[in-house]
Write a protein of this length. Structure first.
Length: 221
C-alpha cells in the first residue's frame, strides 16, 4: 500500500477482532519502531496480548472492545517530547495501515498495567495507540477547510496546498484540528492551538504535511 493510500484509508478504529497479529507483520512493525526510536530519541514499545489496559470503565466508556495490542509512546521528559511522539507515532500508525492493521490514538481511556511496558527514570508515557485487526474499518470525520488552518491562497506553491490537504487528514484529539500552517518565503511555520494534546497533534500534522509535499524537503521555521 502506498503511503498516501494509507493516509486516505486510515480511520480511527475502537473495536477489534480476536485475531493475533501475524509474525511477519509484527517483525516489520518492530523494525519500524526501532527506526523511529533511533531517529526520534524515543522509547516506543509494542505491547501484545495484553487485554487489561482496555478492560476498564473508562475504556468501555470510550467504546473500546477487543483491544489486546497497543503502542506505548514513551520518551525522556523534554519540551519537544509530545510533538516527537506525535510525529513518530503517526509514522507507526501509517506503517500499521500499510501492513493491514487498524489503529486508534488513545489519550486517557486506558489503564496503565504494571510490567506491560517500561518507563525508565526521567521518562514519561505520553499516549498509547491501540492496534490490531479491526472489526470495522472506521469512517471519515468532518474536516476544516484549507483557509481554516492555513494562510494558503492561489499565489502560493502547489506543494504547500498539497501539504495542508494531507494535514487535514491527520487524526487530532477530539477531531479538534487546532493547528495553523503558515507559508512565507519558502518556509512553513506550524503552530499548535490551545487545548488537550495539541502538541502531540502538531507532530502528527507535521508528518502528514511532509507526506503531502511528496519529494520536497520542508523547511520548517
Amino acid at each position: 500500500m502506498e503511503l498516501m493510500t494509507a493516509v486516505k484509508e486510515r480511520h480511527s478504529v475502537r473495536r477489534y477482532l480476536d485475531q493475533p497479529i501475524e509474525t511477519d507483520v509484527l517483525q516489520a512493525l518492530q523494525e519500524e519502531i526501532g527506526a523511529c526510536n533511533r531517529e526520534g530519541n524515543l522509547h516506543i514499545q509494542l505491547v501484545t496480548n495484553e487485554p487489561k489496559a482496555f478492560d476498564s470503565l473508562m475504556a468501555h466508556y470510550g467504546k473500546f472492545s477487543g483491544v489486546t495490542n497497543y503502542l506505548a509512546l514513551v520518551g525522556e521528559k523534554d519540551p519537544s517530547l509530545e510533538e516527537r511522539c506525535g510525529y513518530y507515532g503517526e509514522r507507526l500508525v501509517l506503517k500499521a495501515q500499510q501492513l493491514g492493521l487498524n489503529t486508534c490514538w488513545v489519550a486517557m481511556t486506558y489503564k496503565k498495567i504494571p510490567g506491560a511496558f517500561e518507563v525508565k527514570k526521567g521518562e514519561k508515557l505520553t499516549v498509547v495507540i491501540a492496534l490490531g485487526h479491526g472489526a470495522v474499518q472506521g469512517v471519515p470525520h468532518p474536516s476544516k477547510t484549507l483557509q481554516d488552518v492555513s494562510n494558503w491562497d492561489e499565489t502560493m506553491p502547489d506543494w504547500f496546498r498539497l501539504g495542508v490537504e494531507c494535514a487535514l487528514l491527520a487524526p487530532t484529539a477530539m477531531n479538534q484540528q487546532k493547528f495553523t500552517l503558515t507559508y512565507a518565503d519558502g518556509m512553513v511555520t506550524a503552530k499548535a492551538g490551545t487545548g488537550f494534546y495539541t502538541k502531540t497533534d502538531l507532530g502528527i500534522v507535521k508528518y502528514h504535511f511532509e507526506i503531502g509535499c511528496g519529494e520536497k524537503d520542508v523547511r520548517w521555521k
